[in-house]
Ligand binder design. Sequence first.
Ligand code: LCS
Length: 410
Amino acid sequence: MSDHDHASPETKVVHAGAARYEHLPVVPPIYQVSTFAFKNAAHGAALFAGDKPGYIYSRMGNPTVEALETAMAELEGGYRGLACGSGMAAIHTTLVTLLQSGDHIICSEAVYGPTCTLVETYLPRFGIEQTIVDTSSLDEVEAAFKPNTRVVFIETPGNPTLAIADMEAICKMAHERGALVVVDNTFMSPICQQPMKWGVDVVVHSLTKFLNGHADVVGGVIVPKEQKHYTQMRKALNHLGGVLPPFEAFLVHRGLKTLALRMERHHENAMKVAQWLESRSEVEWVRYPMLKSHPQYELACKQMSCGGGIVSFELKGGLEAGRGMMDSVKLCTLAVSLGGVETLIQHPASMTHASMGREARVRAKITDGLVRVSVGIENVDEIIADLEQALQKATAHIPKPQPKLQKSGT
Ligand code: LCS
């Protein structure tokens, strides 16, 4: 229990993980060290045996990294956090810990490309079976269970289609069958969605995105709910080695303090961008969880407290028009990644989701013309003005239909 267990998320992001001792720094200092001196041989042996608390070697634990891990556990409501060298290291460490040869995993079809590649290409090499389904369909999830299903891995909302999975219903199904549910909460952050409230067993994040928020760190984190999973994962992370260095941990912890403020602005701006796109006749479709036109709008309102910063859409001119728009932006940056303060635009089929292959993209409904925007915290009128000039340039040669009426409300 910490002093902030009952505080609001806005308070927690500022104070979580901060040690409060007299005459010590207000924020955790950077312990830029690989190894820690023992008082004597007996002390070293006791630390290794786990008989005494203390630091040994930074792959096994480091005070700066631990402060971030504590903060993340407080924010997600889990037992403790495990900071990893990337979001992919967090996902890989989690799956390798929870699964073994002969087990089966069910995974969302709309996930970050390399997550799909890990589940479909690497896990089978080690005798782990997989079924990829549309986790926004409970019937598909239910039909995918096998007697050896041990893990259901969900990304909700999914990257980049923003398909939403019902975490409460899936946890019920999985737990009845002895399986665990792991949720990648990267798109939402604990400010917008707290998966453990719905029964989720393990939350993973790419720290690279909203949690750090400043496009200057690659990192990941695992937060298990149960102590026994934490203990298994700590051993696995130490043995597999994908840990987060102290300087990166310091930067992410620093970024975390403004997370609640940033998420508020990301949401406000993304909602306006999504509504503007929906009003444009050149746009074929738009996805944003808090648009009423989203197929799981009601579920989004139930399990998410805000819509986050990601908007996906397709132009009427398909891939060619989308490319033209990406090449014409001036304020927005053509780059992958997401969740930073700056607005980024990218093309999943040829960039973030290229590794999963066309067949898997078609199954996940990632069309060739889909364009993804990570809406930043800049002045929203200026973001929209930039997208508008790029849209006009990209679609100048396409005959204009009559302007559409705006479809969505809040
Ligand atoms: N989970 C999600 C939902 C992600 O979007 C990403 C990266 C990862 C995990 C992996 O995290 P990393 O190892 O990069 O820290 N998503 C990216 C994207 O959409 N563009 O570039 C990276």
